[in-house]
Write a protein that binds this ligand. Structure first.
Ligand code: UDX
Length: 447
């Protein structure tokens, strides 16, 4: 059993690791600067929704091996490991903002004990070279004789699946220059039985960015193919299925739609692009990934504009606000970009989301927020589906149509069956699913 301090212990990543490390039998103290969050957590309430989080939190609090504090002195008093899980948001040029990380490294350094070793575990996604920066800042603030090592240990967690992904990792990546320190961190994960990849700091840091950029590239690739499908009269859902059956390609992350959002992909692809530019390279592929992603949202709105003969004065029902299904997170949500563009063009929005209504009421209070999809569709000229919530798959389409003023259904996630939609009297427009009306050009051989 080890004593572990988790810095940023109230956030998605930090809280996930705090409860999971306690579950594995360690003594864990979560540190967060937000006193309200800390009080909530100590009372057994989670400030964010993640499957399995609340019950593991309750278990840890009850067993007495998990607690939360706002005090660095308290959190670091006996810590053998310090997990750095602070946020690394984007600066306006896409570069990662490391101020929170630097502040944490300084605070850790100032409180390092002498006479026993502390291992700082870098979890936060930081540009290549950050582990060396953390070591420098910790060292510059540490008392004489302090003994510490930094190990880079990126996470690959999906929102909504944080607890599952921590307890069932596909791999554990450890970067560092001290084999004893990496072995000590590997031992924390040993009960999970995952393959361990041991490498240097920089390779470990790049693995995280490369993995996210690759997945984002898969999405932009299929969205680019979707544009082609529209022009050439093909159906991208079938093209993706046909491609994905090849095990070298695989079916996942090939769902065409209005693009990726969330707290990771846009930020990390942007940061990797900046890193490549900073290294004197021209990251054409990464730039294209971001450009296609921005274009996917824009094209969705431009098509609505064309199909409704202008958006001024139109009422649009937006189904889905979260950046993906299974979460209430609105950060970088494609749905929000779509809403912004619709509003700029004079449309009024009625919106629904199965889980993000409370967040929407706080952040998007000017919208007409509706109890369900049918309520949102009342009097709408168009329904635009933006987040692929499974419950929308079983929408009663005739009922939806009856509630609307117009008949346009734009499916930004290819979730619905076009035949059922047409049978319900709707004009269906998906992504990359060409119809005669959607402007496809004759195939080259038929010309
Ligand atoms: C992602 C990575 O999956 C995870 O490994 C990393 O640690 C953090 O970033 P997350 O942001 O939770 O996780 O969401 P993910 O499920 O990967 O989806 C990201 C976005 O891509 C969503 O907006 C989703 O709707 C979109 N997406 C996903 C597509 O548009 N098409 C797809 O085929 C898959």
């Amino acid at each position: 059993m080890s004593t572990i301090c988790v810095v940023g212990g109230g956030g998605y990543v930090g809280l996930g690791y705090a409860v999971a490390l306690a579950r594995l039998g360690n003594q864990v103290i979560g540190l967060d600067i937000d006193a309200e969050r800390v009080a909530m957590l100590n009372a057994g309430n989670t400030p964010l929704y993640e499957d399995g989080l609340e019950s593991l939190l309750a278990d840890g609090l009850l067993a007495g091996n998990l607690r939360f504090t706002t005090s660095y002195d308290d959190a670091l008093a006996d810590a053998e490991f310090v997990f750095l899980c602070t946020g690394t948001p984007s600066l306006s040029d896409g570069e990662a903002d490391l101020r929170q990380v630097r502040a944490a490294a300084r605070a850790i350094g100032e409180r390092l004990p002498t006479g026993r070793r502390v291992i700082v575990v870098n979890k936060s996604t930081m540009p290549v070279g950050a582990a060396e920066m953390v070591a420098m800042v910790v060292g510059a603030n540490a008392p004489h004789g302090a003994d510490f090592r930094v190990v880079s240990n990126p996470e690959f967690l999906r929102e909504g699946m944080v607890v599952h992904d921590i307890l069932h990792p596909d791999r554990v990546v450890l970067g560092g220059d001290d084999p004893d320190a990496t072995a000590a961190v590997a031992a924390l994960y040993a009960p999970l039985g995952a393959p361990v990849i041991q490498t240097d700091h920089r390779s470990a840091e790049l693995i995280k960015y490369a993995a996210n950029a690759f997945l984002a590239t898969k999405i932009s690739f299929i969205n680019d193919i979707a544009r082609l499908c529209e022009r050439l009269g093909a159906d991208v859902t079938v093209v993706a299925e046909g491609m994905g059956r090849d095990p070298r390609i695989g079916p996942r992350f090939l769902h065409a739609g209005i693009g990726f959002g969330g707290s990771c992909f846009p930020k990390d692809v942007g940061a990797l692009t900046r890193m490549a530019e900073g290294a004197g390279l021209h990251p054409g592929l990464l730039r294209a990934v971001l450009e296609i992603n921005a274009d996917a949202r824009r094209r969705f709105v431009t098509r609505a504009d064309a199909l409704l003969n202008g958006l001024e004065g139109r009422t649009v029902a937006v189904l889905g606000l979260a950046f993906k299904e299974g979460t209430d997170d609105l950060r970088e949500s494609p749905a929000i970009s779509v809403i912004d563009m619709l509003e700029e063009r004079g449309a009024t929005i009625r919106a629904h989301d199965p889980r993000a209504m409370a967040n929407a009421a706080r952040k998007l209070s000017h919208l007409v927020l509706c109890d369900d999809a049918y309520h949102a569709a009342e009097g709408a000229d168009a329904v635009m589906l933006c987040t692929p919530w499974p419950e929308y798959r079983s929408l009663d389409l005739p009922r939806l149509r009856a509630a609307m003023r117009g008949d346009l259904l734009m499916d930004g996630r290819n979730l619905l069956d076009p035949v059922n939609a047409v049978d319900a009297g709707l004009r269906y427009e998906g992504i990359g699913r060409a119809t005669k009306e959607s402007g496809s050009i004759p195939a080259p051989l038929a010309r």
